[in-house]
Design a protein around this ligand. Structure first.
Ligand code: IMP
Length: 194
C-alpha cells in the first residue's frame, strides 16, 4: 500500500478525506508523525500557500504529501476576502468575519461569490500538481443556520434558497469546493499509484 501524507492539522478535514480514499492508499497525518508545529502560510494566493505548506512538510519527511488552502471570493468586493478569509476582520472570529462581509455588501444587489479550494500534491522536490474545486452562489442578506463553519451561514449555493449553515452537512459534502477538489486529487492518486 502506498503511503501519502496530508499536511493539515485540521482533524475534520483529515477524517473527511480518509473516508473518500480507497484501500490502495494509506493517508498519514501530521498527528501520526507527531508534528505539531504551525506550518507557515505567507503567500498572496491559495496556490502559493498550498505549495508552501506541502513543500514545508515534504522537506521535513521526504515522502509524497499534499496540502490544501481555501477561501471565499466575492465579486462585488474585488475577490475579497480571498486568501485572507480566515482572519478578514483582523482575527479568526467567524461571527465577526461574517458581519464584516454583510456590512460591506449592505444594500448591494450584486452578491455573487464563490468558495475555492486548491490542493497541492508534492511528489518529489521538483514535481508538484494542483487540483482546484469551486462552488458558486450568493451572499445572503443576513446570517442563517448554525451548521458548517466559517462563512457557511451567509453563503447560499446556486440552486438553493438556504445557506450552507442551514443545509444538512451531507448536502454540502456532495458538491462543496473541497469535495470537488478532493475528487480530482483522489482520481489522480488512483491513476498514479495503482
Ligand atoms: P482553509 O484554508 O480551508 O483553512 O480555509 C480558510 C478560511 O476560508 C476558513 O477559515 C474559512 O473562513 C473560509 N472557508 C474555507 N472553506 C470554507 C467552507 O467550506 N465554509 C465556510 N468557510 C470556509
Amino acid at each position: 500500500m502506498k503511503k501519502i501524507l496530508f499536511a493539515s492539522q485540521n482533524k475534520s478535514k483529515v477524517s473527511e478525506l480518509i473516508l473518500l480514499t480507497d484501500t490502495y492508499l494509506e493517508i498519514l497525518t501530521l498527528a501520526d508523525l507527531s508534528y505539531t508545529k504551525e506550518i507557515p502560510e505567507t503567500g498572496e494566493t491559495l496556490e502559493e500557500n498550498a505549495l508552501q505548506k506541502a513543500k514545508t512538510i515534504y522537506n521535513t519527511f521526504h515522502i509524497p504529501c499534499f496540502s490544501d488552502d481555501s477561501g471565499l471570493f466575492i465579486d462585488n468586493l474585488n475577490g475579497e476576502p480571498g486568501v485572507h478569509s480566515a482572519h478578514y476582520s483582523g482575527n479568526r472570529d467567524h461571527g465577526q468575519n461574517n458581519q464584516l462581509v454583510l456590512d460591506k455588501l449592505h444594500g448591494a444587489s450584486n452578491r455573487k461569490a464563490h468558495f475555492k479550494t486548491i490542493f497541492c500534491l508534492v511528489l518529489s522536490p521538483d514535481e508538484y500538481h494542483f487540483f482546484e474545486g469551486e462552488v458558486h452562489g450568493q451572499i445572503a442578506t443576513e446570517s442563517k443556520g448554525n451548521g458548517g463553519f466559517g462563512y457557511d451561514p451567509i453563503f447560499i449555493p446556486e440552486g438553493y434558497s438556504s445557506t450552507f449553515g442551514e443545509l444538512n452537512s451531507s448536502v454540502k459534502a456532495r458538491f462543496s469546493h473541497r469535495a470537488r477538489a478532493t475528487q480530482k486529487l483522489i482520481k489522480f492518486l488512483a491513476e498514479s499509484f495503482k
